[in-house]
Design a protein around this ligand. Structure first.
Ligand SMILES: [Zn+2]
Length: 207
């Protein structure tokens, strides 16, 4: 099956794979914040994770995990419909996802959790770190491959945070999909990633 081999990276102990938010509310048609085509990448993500694990790469899966009431949601002043509420089916990983490796939850305390590395309190603007950066540092990871959902939000923010931490970052486009809240958000996200030094690869078609 299709695997996007990051030519510059190649998997191995110094290269981690970060699978972002492959959860029902994003990846399943009918999910409350469904990203069009999200379900199409699940098999290819599984294949990529298997390649990474086989080569000795650490693999992490992020999971958006919100309280019922949070300023992240439109119901309390935010911009998003309620999604990935802790313990609900929408917060579960896609049923076909084969989750191997550590799960990193984000947005747990009412913060915005776009990046796998950090969260931001939407009221105070205060940022705090998840355990992901420490885990990667402890494993002496220097390169991360970031895949999953969505390309213009959590994948992008995770990739940019990776660059801020001094990591080499690869984003294979075949293994993500974009929300495109506004037309062209996908192209703008790719441009922003490239400007930050992220290697954006087309990769083979997913699925
Ligand atoms: Zn969220």
């Amino acid at each position: 099956m299709a695997t996007a081999q990051p030519v510059e990276a190649g998997y191995g102990p110094g290269v981690a794979l970060l699978v972002i938010d492959l959860q029902n509310d994003f990846a399943t048609p009918g999910g409350s914040l469904y990203v069009r085509g999200g379900e199409e990448i699940v098999d290819a993500v599984n294949a990529q994770a298997a390649v990474a694990v086989g080569a000795g790469s650490p693999v992490f899966w992020t999971q958006d995990w919100h309280p019922e009431v949070t300023p992240h949601f439109v119901t309390a002043g935010g911009i998003w419909p309620p999604h990935c509420v802790a313990g609900t089916p929408g917060a579960d990983f896609h049923p076909d996802a084969r989750v191997t490796g550590e799960v990193i939850r984000k947005g747990v305390d009412g913060a915005d959790g776009y990046s796998g590395f950090s969260t931001r309190d939407p009221r105070s603007g205060l940022r705090s770190s998840t355990v992901l950066g420490d885990r990667l540092a402890a494993a002496e990871v220097r390169t991360v491959v970031v895949i999953g959902l969505a390309g213009d939000y959590c994948v992008k923010e995770t990739a940019l945070d990776g660059r801020r931490l001094g990591l080499d970052v690869v984003v294979p486009l075949a293994l993500t999909r974009f929300v495109n809240l506004r037309p062209g958000d996908d192209a703008a996200a790719v441009a922003e990633l490239r400007a930050a030094g992220v290697l954006v690869e087309p990769g083979p078609p997913a699925g």
